[in-house]
Design a protein around this ligand. Structure first.
Ligand SMILES: [Zn+2]
Length: 247
């Protein structure tokens, strides 16, 4: 059969791709530089100087398999919370926000203590405590600069900002122009060293919704979740969620 030019071109491309892939793997391995910092962070660098950008992938060696039995979903929660900013990012006034956030926790603990009473729960008191928690949350939210962490990255030309949680790992990634390396180092360091867990309960609802979407409403998700017989990623069946925010 006579092949048409398009088919030949496609075959050539396939052949070239196969050869290129083999060459790439070898050259890729040669181009990897490994550096271990004094803080324990291992950095693998692969230089590809085709474009003046850098992409990174921060791998945290922990995932849903490390979740405490009665607080599953915790690894996934922290993945989300690492976007909420720090004592300097995401707030209009951290000195005032800090005590406001502490009040939210105190109010939530009081609400949950009453809600989870197996005997003698006072419904009127429960309503009052729930309102106190919601009021405290609204007061703390006044200091929030929404999504500031992501906005800083966007303003500096960043793309592909995202993260994921799996059984044994949590990953964070985005790309920035090469002259923003120092900014990247600052942001990645601060989000893990000084995270502020603002908007915690709002974000918990997001995580719970993701569980409904990806697991409870998905046949494959349900099959995988039950067949592995262990906490699934993206599954926040948090029995005492406030405990998570204190650990
Ligand atoms: Zn998520």
């Amino acid at each position: 059969m006579k092949r048409r030019p398009v088919q030949i071109a496609a075959l050539l491309l396939l052949l070239l791709a196969t050869v290129a892939a083999a060459q790439d793997l070898a050259s890729f391995e040669k181009r990897i530089t490994v550096k271990k910092l004094s803080n324990g962070l291992t950095i693998l660098i692969c230089e590809r100087p085709e474009a003046p950008v850098f992409s990174f992938f921060t791998l945290v060696d922990a995932g849903s398999a490390q979740d405490p039995i009665r607080a599953t979903g915790l690894a996934h929660m922290f993945e989300h919370m690492a976007f909420k900013g720090t004592d300097k990012i995401g707030t209009t006034d951290y000195a005032a926000e800090k005590p406001a956030l502490e009040k939210v926790e105190t109010a939530y603990a009081a609400y949950i203590a009453e809600r989870d009473k197996t005997v003698g729960r006072d419904e009127a008191k429960l309503k009052q405590l729930e309102k106190a928690w919601k009021d405290a949350t609204a007061a703390a939210d006044k200091f929030v600069v929404g999504n500031e962490f992501a906005k800083i990255i966007e303003r500096n030309g960043g793309t592909g900002l995202n993260a994921f949680t799996s059984y044994d790992e949590t990953g964070y990634h985005y790309s920035l122009p090469e002259n923003r390396l120092e900014l990247w180092a600052y942001l990645e360091s601060e989000r893990f060293l000084h995270p502020v867990l603002r908007e915690f309960y709002k974000e918990r609802d997001v995580v719970i919704e993701e569980r409904r979407l990806r697991t409870d409403s998905n046949p494959i998700g349900r099959l995988w979740s039950s067949s592995t017989n262990r906490p699934s990623p993206h599954i926040p069946t948090i029995a005492r969620p406030w405990a998570g925010c204190r650990t």
